[in-house]
Design a protein around this ligand. Structure first.
Ligand SMILES: [Zn+2]
Length: 476
């Protein structure tokens, strides 16, 4: 597994930066050309690979118009073809779902999926129609990136311990040296992103070399509930990533306040422009309504949140060999109350990061991640299975007469779902409710379950998950 690292340039000369921006702009035209020619149904029909595209452009002279070095446009073609492939792959996911709905005959399904995979769908009317429906024509929107192949850059450390990364410029043998505040040289293929007067150097490292990957995982099975106040609550009652809520609320408050001020400044600038005072309007727009600082602060905030979440996930994996978590793609909205000021978008993003961290850390440290259907796990009592009353962070079960901490109760329910014989990963939400209802009804009317003796039946109804087999497990 590989993880991305980013180094930011410091004190980069303005002239050098402008040169890189110009190079990225020209390479953006290369990307646009690739998307234009190969980013659609017709383009893929030709089944070209990036190497063939390069050969073709070299033969017909397409590359001459861009005014960049050969290695630069070739790497850009490869990168853009990769983007198109990813775009195509996501359309194919939709189409394979449609195939599943179209036929239940396994042989026919296999045939269609094979045709789809081999890019021969143009000859199959159903698949061609579905591909046209799901594969929207994309276009290039990237004009600020330069991809540098591993053998095209080098770095040296100067006398004062600063690292200088040298990358090709617009002219041959005229390298551009970028100062980086690190002693670890970026390796492999680099992606330079030019943003706000800085160069972001994105590169990948092998995750197995990271110190955190060497830490062994634990030996237990732990259920976790994802949240916003804390990133994770585990089935032991432990909370992890506990600063998450504060971070999100503080950022949200700050954004509200700042957007308010920016709106005021914008209106002052607009009024000035209307009065004819264009100098003042320009001054305000240039100095008070810029995006450089805003974007940097947003990036820093995202990094802080990610660190908090990843640290929390590491804590869980410290004790777990198997982590049971809700399946994010199936979770339904409104399951949990949001904090007062945490907006929905921010909350959704946070949950995505938590899911990513669970997958990433599990893979690196060798624990298993099992996704389960989380429907009703936050609303039912883990002891008796009845729907409880939620009050803030407490869940009140009138049947047991107990107040649970809602997150911990949910984490225990999630843990038990892993062995639930009736509720599988994709059991619809409504069916889950029915299953839970049936179990508690059975308990109330004391009906024996199947052929078991009454005593066992009652115990089963009381703890439906204890006797469960693990056949409904979905290993992810
Ligand atoms: Zn209960």
């Amino acid at each position: 597994m590989r993880v991305t690292r980013i180094a930011y340039s410091t004190g980069l000369n303005v002239g050098k930066y402008a040169g890189l921006v110009e190079q990225a702009r020209r390479l953006g035209r290369v990307r646009s050309e690739v998307w234009q020619r190969y980013g659609s149904i017709g383009g893929v029909g030709s089944g070209l690979k990036d190497r063939q595209v390069r050969d073709r452009w070299l033969a017909d002279g397409t590359h001459m118009q861009f005014g960049v070095l050969a290695n630069a446009w070739k790497e850009t073609v490869r990168d853009a073809m990769g983007d198109i492939a990813a775009n195509l792959a996501s359309a194919k996911v939709e189409v394979s779902r449609a195939v599943g709905r179209r036929t239940s005959d396994p042989a026919e399904r296999t045939r269609m999926l094979g045709v789809l995979k081999a890019d021969r769908w143009a000859g199959d009317p159903f698949l061609a129609r579905q591909m046209r429906k799901h594969w929207k024509r994309g276009r290039n929107r990237t004009h600020d990136q330069i991809v540098v192949r591993a053998d095209q850059h080098n770095s040296v450390v100067d006398g004062s311990g600063r690292l200088w990364l040298a990358v090709p410029g617009l002219e041959r043998r005229r390298m551009v040296r970028i100062p980086l505040p690190t002693t670890v040289a970026p390796t492999g293929t680099l992606r330079l992103i030019l943003r706000g007067g800085r160069v972001e150097v994105h590169y990948q490292i092998d995750a197995s070399q990271m110190r955190s990957s060497q830490r062994p995982c634990g030996d237990r099975t732990i259920g976790v509930d994802k949240g916003y106040t804390e990133a994770l609550t585990d089935s032991d009652g432990g909370h992890h990533g506990t600063r998450l809520g504060q971070l999100l609320t503080a950022e949200s408050d700050r954004l509200t306040e700042r957007n308010h001020r920016r709106a005021k400044l914008r209106s002052i600038a607009n009024n000035a422009a209307m009065r004819g005072d264009h100098a003042k309007a320009h001054r305000i727009r240039a100095h008070n309504l810029g995006t450089v600082k805003r974007d940097r602060q947003a990036a820093r905030h995202r990094a802080t949140v990610r660190t908090e979440i990843f640290t929390g996930v590491h804590r869980v994996v410290d004790k777990a060999a198997t982590v049971i978590a809700e399946d994010l793609t199936r979770s339904f909205a409104g399951r949990k109350r949001l904090g007062k000021n945490v907006n929905r978008r921010l909350a959704a993003w946070t949950k995505g990061v938590t899911a990513e961290a669970l997958a990433n850390v599990s893979e690196r440290r060798g624990s298993a991640l099992v996704h389960v259907n989380a429907a009703y796990t936050s609303q039912t009592c883990h002891r008796c299975g009845r729907l409880g009353r939620r009050n803030g962070d407490r869940l009140h079960c009138t049947s047991c007469g107990v107040v649970w901490q809602a997150d911990v109760n949910a984490a225990i329910n999630i843990l038990q779902r892993a062995g639930d014989p009736d509720i599988a990963l994709h059991t619809p939400h409504r069916a889950v409710r029915q299953i839970l209802q049936d179990r508690t009804d059975r308990h109330r009317t004391r009906l024996p379950v199947q052929d078991s003796s009454p005593a066992i039946a009652e115990r089963r109804a009381k703890h439906p998950n204890r006797s469960a087999t693990s056949n409904s497990r979905k290993q992810v």
